[in-house]
Ligand binder design. Structure first.
Ligand code: FAD
Ligand code: UDP
Length: 377
């Protein structure tokens, strides 16, 4: 039998595509080289806790269609991301808001906080001597001043990117909101949460009734001759690999996790704590149970699982995580995209095939609009 679609990769792109194709009456085979389905949102159950194996994932969106779609597969809980920062054993709320300013300077009103930031910004602007902003350090100093930069940005950013803030582009820091209200919600989106029962429920719901094979690398399997098996290919692996790295390899940044079980019910009182000084080599510590257990439920589960997250330069054999958006890679990725356009009956999609940092909701938005077009809603 020939399938309508062979789908390489069972992450959110592949799984959502398969779900929509099945709804439209198409047949699909999904293959993945990992031993499990779900790509980066996959969770491993340890001590009754869903552990985000490939990094903490918080679903957030303002797109009602996307929110309704994922909730039609599995209901989402009320988790709201309010990370804390630990700098040399002092705790600060993130993102930068009135709580942070109180903790930093003891100021209690927005007017006092604004005055403090303005004073520090003025110093930073003066030291520029009329020169244009050229890097992340200058951007941060002129946005929030030196106290916040030194305690909450500088070391964390250097650990995350492995480079000095003077050598990083300014745009990275523009994503961080600055608020003169007491609001610790990290995201500005209308909707956010975690699937009740974990992300595997979302993936299982999307792939329900669809044939899937794991531990199967497209390039080392009979499916490399996909035309024998399917009319079309949906490819969500790395774009350079598809073309045999013929134009050169794309660079990635990666993360690694040290995960351990603690025999106490509550380790750090929050899902995410960022470590913003060089005293710790890791960037953050995730306590997974807080994504899905609230109030008394935290104590009903006697143990807890924590992961230290380390940011690393990508090497062969590690998972590729974040695209490196410098000139070399942007140009190379564009050349590969041109080659991809010429491939007949192949859809390239997702973070690896598009070489693009994508949050989960935009992935789903892209697939919904693509499948609406393809299957003529
Ligand atoms: P993936 O999930 O990577 O799926 C691709 C799949 O293809 C993988 O399973 C892989 O094994 C498979 N594959 C690749 N090559 C082959 C091959 N040759 N043969 C067979 N299979 C192959 N987004 C948010 O919205 N909120 C967050 O809080 C958030 N946190 C994140 C934290 C980290 C550390 C990272 C890295 C990402 C985070 N994201 C977050 C982004 C989110 O992970 C992505 O949007 C989503 O996983 C992309 O889905 P995808 O299907 O494109 O890729
Ligand atoms: N950042 C920081 N201190 C923090 C958190 C973030 O300086 O405690 C900076 C850092 O440069 C990071 C950027 O803000 O790269 C974006 O952070 P965000 O958490 O939005 O990115 P993510 O980790 O989700 O990729």
């Amino acid at each position: 039998m020939k399938y309508d679609f062979l789908i390489v990769g069972s992450g959110l792109f592949g799984a959502t595509f398969a779900y929509k194709a099945k709804k439209a009456g198409k047949s699909c085979l999904v293959i993945d080289k990992r031993p499990h389905l779900g790509g980066n949102v996959y969770c491993e159950n340890i001590e009754g806790i869903n552990v985000h194996k490939y990094g903490a994932h918080i679903f957030h969106t303002s797109n009602k269609e996307v929110w309704d779609f994922v909730n039609s597969i599995v209901k989402f809980n009320r988790y709201t991301n309010c990370p804390m920062a630990n700098y040399k054993d002092k705790l600060y709320n993130l993102p930068f808001n009135m709580n942070t300013f109180y903790q930093m300077w003891g100021v209690t009103t927005p007017e006092q906080a604004q005055a403090k930031i303005e004073e520090q910004k003025a110093e930073a602007i003066a030291s520029l001597n009329g020169k244009e902003l050229s890097n992340l350090e200058e951007q941060a100093l002129t946005l929030v001043g030196k106290d916040i930069f030194e305690k909450l940005i500088k070391d964390y950013t250097e650990k995350q990117w492995g480079r000095s803030c003077k050598d990083l582009p300014a745009f990275i820091i523009k994503r961080l909101p600055v608020r003169f209200v007491f609001d610790n919600n990290y995201f500005n989106d209308t909707y956010q949460g975690i699937p009740i029962g974990g992300y595997n429920k979302l993936i299982d719901g999307l792939l329900d009734g669809i044939e899937c094979k794991t531990n199967l690398d497209f390039f080392n399997s009979e499916y490399i001759d996909w035309q024998k098996f399917a009319d079309s290919l949906v490819y969500t692996g790395a774009i350079d690999e598809y073309f045999g790295n013929s134009l050169g390899k794309l660079d990635w940044r990666t993360v690694s996790f040290k995960t351990r079980v603690e025999s106490i019910p509550n380790y750090q009182g929050n899902a995410v704590v960022n470590y913003t000084s060089h005293e710790q080599p890791y960037t953050r510590v995730i306590e997974h149970k807080h994504f899905e257990m609230f109030g008394q439920a935290v104590y009903e589960c006697q143990k807890t699982v924590v992961s230290e997250e380390y940011s690393l330069e990508y090497k062969e054999g590690l998972e590729p995580y974040y695209p490196v958006n410098n000139d070399r890679n942007n140009i190379l990725a564009e050349q590969y995209r041109k080659l991809a356009e010429q491939e007949k009956n192949v859809i390239f999609g997702g973070r690896l095939a598009e070489y693009k940092y994508y949050d989960m909701a935009p992935i789903i938005e892209t697939v919904l609009s693509l499948t609406n077009q393809l299957f003529d809603k």
